[in-house]
Every structure is written in structure tokens, then in C-alpha cells.
Design a protein around this ligand. Structure first.
Ligand code: HEC
Length: 182
């Protein structure tokens, strides 16, 4: 008899332990919420593509607000962006370093886009996307140039992979190539 009572008691305890109500309406459960699983990624365009980060992922350290416009650099918000990096010799040196990696190939080390010395620019010119001399930067705001580098357009490719701070350094360097008012 004792054994039976004990058995019943433990069965009752077990069934209570396993009880779980399932009505999200009545009482939502914490485990039922959107969650990103390890290695989960968005749809691939091709099986050999690397995994992409799940939609909505924000890079560590935050993200710049996207400028939704066909020509982002020309928007008033882009033009008005203040340059947070002081134009020091260190900043210019860093800007030169980044410019020579990313921009020189099309615009030339002096920014003058002399086609005869730039095979890539020559080739692009054939397709109607000729890199232009950067003398015009004199008339552009820092925010315009910063955003132009990020998005490119209309014909220049964008360079969002250049971190924001480096893009400001490039802007500062451009000011040494073509000083404002010069
Ligand atoms: C693959 C070639 C290519 C590379 C690399 C490139 N550009 Fe350009 N760039 C162009 C072309 C083509 C244009 C003209 C069409 C346009 O504005 O989209 C241009 C235009 C510009 C203009 C606008 C000039 C004007 O008067 O409108 C700026 C400023 C500029 N580039 C800066 C840069 C900087 C800074 C970099 C490096 C981060 C860079 N470009 C890298 C091809 C390139």
C-alpha cells in the first residue's frame, strides 16, 4: 500500500513537472520569440556563396544610417554631414594611404585621372564610365565626398568597405590635393 501511494505521488509530481500550457494568447513563453540560430543565414544566390549574416544584423560598433536615394551623395543630409576628423598631418597621411589603395587606380595619384597612365581608367572610359579629374572636389562639402566614397554613383563604384573614419581621412587628404579656394 505504501509503495502504491509513493508511486502515485511520484507519477503526479512527474506529470506536473512535464505540464506546460501552450496557449501563447493566455501566457506567452519566452522561448517562443524570434531568435537567430548559430550559422543561420539569409538565402544564398548560389550554393558556393559563403553564409551571409542574418537579415537585420548590425556590425559590432554600430552602423551608419543608410541614405535611401538613387544618388545618395547629392542629398541635403549627405552634404550637411559634419567631418568629425580634424584635418591634421596624421589624418592626411592615413587618407593618402587609403586613397592610394582604393582611388589611385582610377583617379591617379594626383587625382587628375590622366588616362594614358591609368589602364583601368582607360578601359572604363571605353564603357562610358571615365574617371574624372578630382579638381571639382573644391566645390564639394566634406559630407558630399564622404558619401560619394561610400556609395559611388552614378558611375563610380561605392566603397562601403572603407571604414567611416578612413573615408573622412580620404576627404582630408583630397583637401590637400585640391585645396578649397585654390
Ligand atoms: C573603378 C574606378 C574608380 C575608382 C576606384 C574610384 N572612382 Fe571616383 N569616379 C569614377 C568615375 C567613373 C567617376 C565619374 C562618374 C561618377 O561621378 O560616378 C568618379 C567620380 C568621382 C568623384 C566626383 C567628381 C565629380 O566632379 O563629380 C569623386 C569626388 C570621386 N570619384 C572620388 C573618388 C575617391 C575618393 C575614390 C577612392 C575612395 C574613388 N573616387 C575611386 C571612378 C572611380
Amino acid at each position: 500500500m505504501r509503495a502504491r501511494v509513493a508511486l502515485l505521488a511520484s507519477l503526479a509530481a512527474l506529470s506536473l513537472g512535464c505540464w506546460e500550457q501552450n496557449s501563447a494568447e493566455w501566457f506567452a513563453q519566452m522561448k517562443e520569440q524570434p531568435a537567430v540560430q548559430a550559422l543561420e543565414s539569409g538565402p544564398k544566390l548560389h550554393p558556393s556563396q559563403p553564409l551571409r549574416p542574418p537579415a537585420g544584423t548590425i556590425p559590432f560598433g554600430g552602423m551608419e544610417a543608410r541614405i535611401a536615394s538613387p544618388l545618395p551623395a547629392f542629398t541635403p543630409e549627405a552634404r550637411a554631414l559634419p567631418n568629425p576628423v580634424a584635418n591634421t598631418p596624421e589624418s592626411q597621411a592615413r587618407g593618402k594611404y587609403v586613397f592610394n589603395i582604393y582611388c589611385k587606380v582610377c583617379h591617379g595619384a594626383d587625382g587628375m585621372a590622366k588616362l594614358d597612365t591609368l589602364p583601368v581608367a582607360q578601359r572604363l572610359a571605353k564603357f562610358g564610365a571615365q574617371p574624372v579629374p578630382l579638381v571639382t572636389v573644391r566645390g564639394y562639402t566634406d559630407g558630399f565626398l564622404f558619401t560619394k566614397i561610400r556609395y559611388g554613383k552614378p558611375l563610380m563604384p561605392g566603397y562601403p568597405q572603407i571604414p567611416a573614419r578612413d573615408r573622412w581621412h580620404v576627404v582630408n587628404y583630397l583637401r590637400t590635393l585640391f585645396p578649397t579656394g585654390g
